[in-house]
Write a protein that binds this ligand. Structure first.
Ligand code: GUN
Ligand code: ZN
Length: 648
């Protein structure tokens, strides 16, 4: 069983941990290809680990098997000794060679048995490589054969099994193949895309990745065969690709092609020392031109690998920061083909809907696609629902979303019910009540750095002279809080939570909502993303008023006592109840009788809870019962106090 665990995430992209017999693979990870023949390996395996921090690699079982001498040694010594690498090793099956040469002399059973015998940590099914040019019937045959072989392979493979996903250019076939792979595979490996990668057909790649995505089991790592260029990693990670592999670092080196996260540059054109990776510190790129072929190839392979490894690290950091869209857009600026691929991704916003986090720390504008990110599309869709039954909103051009726009109470916003105001934001008019929410609340875009038109005083016609400033402020505040609570819980519950006695605390500096109280008791704290987080008292009230299953995640009876006393909810003990919750949502954690145990913040989406066998589903924010007393608290007589120190 795959023990894959999700640790951090940004949408589909995740920092995860895949245990193997030779240690964990921390994803996203690049598995560089290790050539089975040491003579043809550009960088010695020992240097991969020690010099580049490579923790896992991939090799070709087929190439090993094909050469009698290597085959015998692999069977005698095992794969790890043969390759001189003691971390996790995946092996590929020969499907790519079958495709390239038209045939392989080995059958699917035999090559799988061979992978078992030599101690591969992740063995791969011998699939049928389906070209993107394949006719529908041919593609269908390839997919069916791959599925049949995968089922047989599962029965013959005790360890981790990578099951390829084929389907050529046909989204329905990709979906079917991904679905079938998810039933038997530990690693789901998207295949048949090398021609798309080589020809920069990233828009077509995006179509296929999106087609497969909903059918890929979320609790399994996803591999992308042949993806080994740093331009691609952020892009592929957006679709939830966890593992990359490639011999590109060496192949590119052989033709004097220098890899960068922004694209490929011919060595000949490099006249400046533009890189200071470990290879380029030894021999700067401009000097490499004059060196002998073998040295050039070796040094460039090392540079290329360093570029790949450091870009994967960037991707990992971006996932932790919730900034992967930013990174993907920055990379897409490097090549229009990648931009075209990203355009497919934003058009598929609804594919991202279930894993798109509730909010992020920051929204940083990076490209013309920024305003179309799934987080924006979702906000606008939800806004449409929120506005229903709220009377017309009148556009008010005077409030612009500039730094400090929220520092002052928009006095003109409080005028004459039922008129309400909305104002220009970079994603269109947004009601003033919602200006603190992601993505508008923490939007960082060029418009903020352009001179703003002068703000005029409120139109006298809008101001009711009988109303004092304090009354206006109070009315605006009520409206503001009701708007935000409705955004979170719907109108009915918001109204109930707004009962008399609600006190509102704003930040003195920024004017933003900070805290809601009821009769002086803390009720909600408002986070930096503008979303109110209920205290335990408020959560109990929400639980009472909000009909099941809304807002809830189930906790199995076995785990209830732990969660109730504040222990993390692990995925295997959780069950989804409300499918509309999102990663990052605050959820009511309830036992099978709907008793409220705790309030948690979700790491997993409901569709993932219970499916991951390992790892956290939700961290706990507040809980029903204090943790059980420690022995020291229960029996203080067993822990005598040390004697008082002597008086000075
Ligand atoms: N390497 C590159 N593409 C593929 C593929 O589609 N299947 C397998 N098994 N290996 C590959
Ligand atoms: Zn370099």
């Amino acid at each position: 069983m795959t023990g894959f665990e999700l640790l951090f995430r940004d949408g589909y992209a995740r920092i995860g941990r895949l245990p193997t017999p030779h240690g964990n693979i921390e994803t996203p990870a690049l598995l560089p290809v290790l050539h089975p023949d040491q003579e043809r390996q550009a960088i010695p395996a020992s240097e991969l680990a020690a010099g580049f921090g490579v923790k896992a690699a991939i090799s070709s079982a087929y190439i090993l098997w094909r050469q009698p001498e290597l085959r015998a040694r692999a069977e005698a010594e095992g794969l790890h000794r043969l390759l001189g690498f003691d971390g996790p090793l995946m092996t590929d099956s020969g499907a790519f060679q079958q495709h390239a040469y038209g045939h392989v002399e080995v059958g699917p059973e035999e090559i799988l048995e061979f992978q078992n015998r030599i101690g591969s940590d992740i063995a791969t099914v011998l699939d049928i490589f389906v070209e993107s040019t394949a006719a529908p019937e041919e593609a269908q045959r390839g997919v069916e054969e791959t599925i049949a072989r995968s089922k047989v392979a599962r029965g013959a493979r005790p360890g981790l099994l990578a099951v390829p996903v084929q389907g050529g250019a046909y989204p329905e076939l990709r979906y079917r193949s991904a679905h079938a792979a998810s039933e038997v595979g530990d690693v789901l490996a998207i295949g048949g895309v090398v021609p798309l990668l080589e020809q920069y057909r990233f828009a077509e790649l995006a179509v296929q990745l999106l087609a497969a995505r909903p059918a890929l089991a979320p609790e399994r790592p996803v591999h992308l065969f042949g993806a080994g260029h740093p331009v691609l990693f952020a892009f592929a990670a957006l679709f939830g690709v966890d593992l990359f592999d490639s011999s590109s670092y060496h192949k590119f080196a052989r033709r004097d092609a220098v890899m960068f996260p922004e694209g490929t540059v011919p060595l000949d054109s490099i006249r400046e020392s533009i890189c200071d990776c470990r290879a380029c510190r030894e021999v700067p790129l401009p000097e490499l031109r004059g060196r002998p072929v073998a040295e050039r190839e070796h040094q460039l392979a090392r540079h290329n690998l360093a570029a790949c490894v450091s870009e994967v690290a960037r991707v990992r950091q971006a996932i932790r920061d919730g900034a992967l869209w930013e990174l993907a857009e920055q990379r897409a600026a490097g090549h229009p083909a990648l931009f075209a691929g990203l355009r497919v991704a934003v058009r598929g916003a609804r594919w991202f809907a279930t894993v798109e986090p509730e909010s992020r720390d920051q929204f940083r504008w990076c490209s013309p696609l920024s305003g179309l990110r799934p987080g924006v599309i979702r906000f606008l869709a939800r806004l449409g629902v929120w506005k229903q039954g709220r009377g017309p909103y009148r556009y008010h051009p005077r409030v612009r979303l500039t730094p400090g726009a929220l520092r002052t109470v928009p006095s003109h916003a409080s005028t004459g019910e039922p008129i309400a105001w909305e104002t220009a934001t970079p994603i269109g008019p947004v009601p003033l009540e919602l200006l603190e929410l992601y993505p508008v609340g923490n939007w960082m875009g060029p418009e903020q750095y352009e001179p703003a038109p002068p703000r005029s005083a409120p139109d006298p016609a809008e101001v009711d002279p009988a109303e004092t400033e304090a009354q206006r402020l109070e009315r605006w505040t009520q409206r503001h809080v009701a708007g935000v609570l409705t955004w979170c819980y719907g109108a009915t519950l918001a109204e109930q939570l707004m009962e008399p006695g609600l006190g509102v605390v704003r930040s003195a500096r920024s004017g933003r909502l900070r805290r809601l109280e009821r009769d002086g008791v803390p009720w909600f704290t408002v986070r930096n993303d503008g979303l109110p987080q209920p205290t335990w008292a408020a959560a109990r009230e929400i639980h009472r008023l909000l009909p099941t299953p809304r807002g809830r995640v189930g906790v199995l009876a076995d785990a209830a006592p732990f969660v109730e006393s504040g222990r993390t909810l692990f995925s295997s003990f959780g069950r989804p109840l409300d499918p509309s919750l999102l990663p990052g949502s605050v959820a009511l954690l309830v036992d099978p009788e709907d008793r409220l145990l705790a309030v948690g913040r979700l790491l997993l989406s409901p569709s993932e809870i219970g499916r991951f066998q390992r790892g956290v589903a939700a961290t706990i924010l507040s809980h029903a019962r204090a943790p059980p007393p420690t022995l020291e608290e229960e029996a203080p007589e067993l822990f005598p106090l040390p004697p008082d120190p002597p008086a000075p």
